[in-house]
Design a binder for this molecule. Sequence first.
Ligand SMILES: *[C@@H]1O[C@H](CO)[C@@H](O)[C@H](O)[C@H]1NC(C)=O
Ligand SMILES: *[C@@H]1O[C@H](CO)[C@@H](O)[C@H](O)[C@H]1NC(C)=O
Ligand SMILES: *[C@@H]1O[C@H](CO)[C@@H](O)[C@H](O)[C@H]1NC(C)=O
Length: 362
Amino acid sequence: MKPKNGMFIACVTLSMVVFDAASQCSSRKPVIFNFGDSNSDTGGLAAAMGYEFEYPDGRAFFRPPTGRLCDGRLVVDFLCENVKLNYLSPYLESVEPDFSNGANFAIAGSATLPKYVAFSLNIQILQFRRFHNHSLRLQSQGNKNFVGEDGFKNGLYVIDIGQNDLTAAFNNVPYDQVLQKIPSFIYEIKDAMWGIYLLGGKNLWVHNTGPLGCLPEKLGSLKPDASQVDQYGCIASMNEAAKAFNSQLQDLCQQLRDQMKNTTIVYVDVYSIKYSLIANSSTYGMKSPLMACCGHGGAPYNFDPKIKCRDAGFDVCEEGAGPYVSWDGVHYTEAANTIVASAILSTKYSTPNLPFNFFCNN
Ligand SMILES: *[C@@H]1O[C@H](CO)[C@@H](O)[C@H](O)[C@H]1NC(C)=O
Ligand SMILES: *[C@@H]1O[C@H](CO)[C@@H](O)[C@H](O)[C@H]1NC(C)=O
Ligand SMILES: *[C@@H]1O[C@H](CO)[C@@H](O)[C@H](O)[C@H]1NC(C)=O
């Protein structure tokens, strides 16, 4: 009885948070540009590579799926819903794109380094520069599918990257060498933020990286022993590296607030939100937080590097029966993203604690 009631209350409270926080832009049309990896890719990789992701992706919301590595909506989708904005079209989408509300440059697999490969953060910024240039021209010619000067100036620039850099850094390298690489990732993010600023962007919203060591993909591939995991079963060294990255990212945001005149830079502690969700998953009525819904091999992680979700022979959890936190071992489920997005929108994890719609209401 008790946990059931607790669960119910938790769900009601959270959905109320989503709706209470739903906040239109009163004075101007919201415009959002997003940069990052699969955590916020709304179909960019699918468009670039000609992939059609199929069931079970999208099964909780988008049918057919839309190129999101998820059963439904991503955090960025919930942020768009919050300001009554259409979901962002990927920059590379050539089939009926709508860029009147911004564009999404995030591509699954992206990292900050190496710098000159598709689709690093640097390439995404170069794409943005090209988009900016042509969008201004087209919009001034009356094309309503593009963004004009005001949109670029008052728009929100969201950055969510780093997970793939840390993943790559951990490839057969000892922990102290992983730590040594982190400043080079932060340097690339700094470069990207300057790139946006120099083109006139003044509202930045930066997500830090989540607890890497809690991903079923890492756990199922590395099979850590008891000495390597923390009290919730996550790989401690990976989470420590994520926290080191985040601390430098937070410092960067502070440094740039001083250097970039007239900008607002909001740093969001997504790590704490996700870690708290994993630690308290049963409070949210969620299933084993270290186990992928879509994968192979069963408990404890349901992640088999040889038969991943989308590979021939994968298994997928029953739909609607107490959601999992992890969709495919790397990406969160829509149910988890709902909770993460409400926590982001609560402003409790933001520095400074600005509401998400700040950029369109001044
Ligand atoms: C903008 O695009 C035009 C072509 O439309 C090109 O000649 C120009 O170099 C571009 N400017 C920048 C800053 O990229
Ligand atoms: C900052 O904003 C103020 C007031 O809008 C403006 O006067 C000033 O020129 C801006 N400074 C820069 C560097 O853009
Ligand atoms: C779990 O939830 C409790 C109550 O909200 C909170 O105090 C605690 O910090 C959470 N655990 C973690 C690891 O975040």
